[in-house]
Design a protein around this ligand. Sequence first.
Ligand code: G1P
Length: 292
Amino acid sequence: MIQQKVRKAVIPAAGFGTRFLPATKATPKEMLPLVDKPLIQYGVEEAVAAGCTDIIIVTGRGKTTMEDHFDRAPELEAALRARGKTELLRIACSVTKLARISYVRQPEALGLGHAVLMAKELIGNEPFAVILPDDIVDGEVACLKQMVEAFDETQSTILGSEVVEGDAISLYGCLDCVPDPINPRLLDISNLVEKPKPQDAPSQNAIIGRYILTPRIFELLEQVQPGSGGEIQLTDAIKALLQFEKVYGFHYVGKRYDAGDKLGFLQATVDLAIKHKDVGPAFRDWLQKQSF
Ligand code: G1P
């Protein structure tokens, strides 16, 4: 069998970001910054760290600032050059060189599965990653890189997963699974349920916004009917994929933040700010002096 490589990543970014209103009324939630980089850039950098060279961002109306962010900015560059601000110039230009980025629009918010389907033509017949930019995973080795390594072994669909507490499982796709006997980080999946009621959840293993999918997923996404929330769910198409192919969960090493939620966003901001090479030491100092 020819070893297939994961070269492309899809980043769905067409949602409304209602949990952040009014901030997201005119600004895409993916452009909200964690310290000094917008959420979407963390997603792109993680895909690049995992070896992806081509990124497809699924976007929608009112979201063109994402495209501007990854594009050249000649006026800004000229101004920085004229003022001798070489470090800022380097930072502004480095964003444009991260990867080959393409954009495809999702005309209607019909669900995550539908958003991924928009990338079908640009992906073609090869395995690919999906990164949900709301989920920020901080760790020594990028979460998607760990998953790509597992894919290189299994050549099968792999879903990022972590164990969540109690009723929180009903916010996620949920895995019915047992650990693989050889690699206990891999979970052998027998069923998936999107956002089950807590009492119906087959386990506490939640799907986190990192996926490596085989291209057969597209024909299943075309067939799957609206599910949870009346939306075309990626989880339902992956469940259908189980009839044909092996699907694994993967317990990655790293700390995840739900940056699509105000509390998670603030937690990520504080943790990343503490580690930040410029503001980190002063921020930590300031935090320690506060009496909460
Ligand atoms: C989506 C998926 C869900 C997954 C979650 C991870 O849900 O549908 O299966 O567990 O992302 O963040 P959403 O958070 O978009 O409602």
